[in-house]
Design a protein around this ligand. Sequence first.
Ligand SMILES: C[S@@+](CC[C@H](N)C(=O)[O-])C[C@H]1O[C@@H](n2cnc3c(N)ncnc32)[C@H](O)[C@@H]1O
Length: 345
Amino acid sequence: MKNHPACRRVEQWKIYDRIAGHGIYADVEKEFLPDARYDWTLLAEIELFRSTISGYKRVLDIGCGTGHPSLHIARDVGSIIGIDKSERMIEIARNRLRRSGIDNIVFEVGDAVDLRFINESFDAIILCGSLATLSDKKKSLQEIRRVLKKDGEVACVEANWLYKSVHERYFEGEGSFVLIGTDSIRFRYVRRSVCPNKEVEYRCIVNPGSALGKKLLSNPHFLKHKTLETEMGIEEVEPHCDEIEYDEQESFDVETISNLFAENGFKDIVTVGYGVMYDLLDSAGLVDKMGSFMRKLSRAEATFSRFLDPLKTEMLFLTCKRDSTTTGRKVVKRKEQGLRRISRT
Ligand SMILES: C[S@@+](CC[C@H](N)C(=O)[O-])C[C@H]1O[C@@H](n2cnc3c(N)ncnc32)[C@H](O)[C@@H]1O
């Protein structure tokens, strides 16, 4: 596929640049809704970040998007700089900041592989869902380490691939054709692989004059419904395409994410799991009844996340230090909350 002249790899930040302004990246104030499964998760991660970086003076948010979670935790820290490679995300983040009345955040366009800051500039660095989207993770983590103070801390949120592969239907590849206008045919194809945990999404434009294009444009079902699920794989559709664009996203489980930080020199790595509260309430038929308490319940989930088995949770929350504060395997006492966690050095 990679040698096909019309096949172009697109970096993840460009995909985010395109979806800025839509869905959870919309330019509106986020209202947390009880019946939205994902909102319970967002609230829990705000509390996880808050409890970890509360009290730190200078914080850097890498891949800040439209400002989650920085806009929610700004009042608990000295100041935050949020950077994102997508100009459109930053524009939205700035609009939200303006409306919020918060005055200790700066959002700016920046690339994780080439941070403009001098060595040891920050007390804490956060990444919320952005690590998986960074195209050069090694270089980015080296940059993060460089600009972090010696006793600085990193906090990172990522989805847990193991949960996804158990709870969602695992597929080899899944494709569909979409008719736009009268003769423009798009083909979207998603393929997931395990080891490495990777998701590749292809977006293709089928030539209407090709054999496949002609066949589709004479199919009454396709013309009527405008979409058509297909068993055809990308290899079969590729010869009929004018243009193919794809992006790759690597996903993590507790082991791969911990190893990635360890390989890049970080110490005291602790990974806990969260993202189960909604499912628990839903299975007990209690989402609506408990909706008014969603903030409190999400906060509670953040607190008991360290007791959950991170192999079974939807999300992962990793914390680590630039340099080790412990020797060997040891229990670290966290001053501000008295939490006890097992550290890996
Ligand atoms: C999943 S979104 C998360 C956004 C936000 N943190 C949130 O939780 O809503 C990942 C973000 O990382 C950004 N990103 C990807 N590669 C980047 C890079 N090399 N440097 C800076 N930001 C990057 C994307 O543009 C995107 O906004």
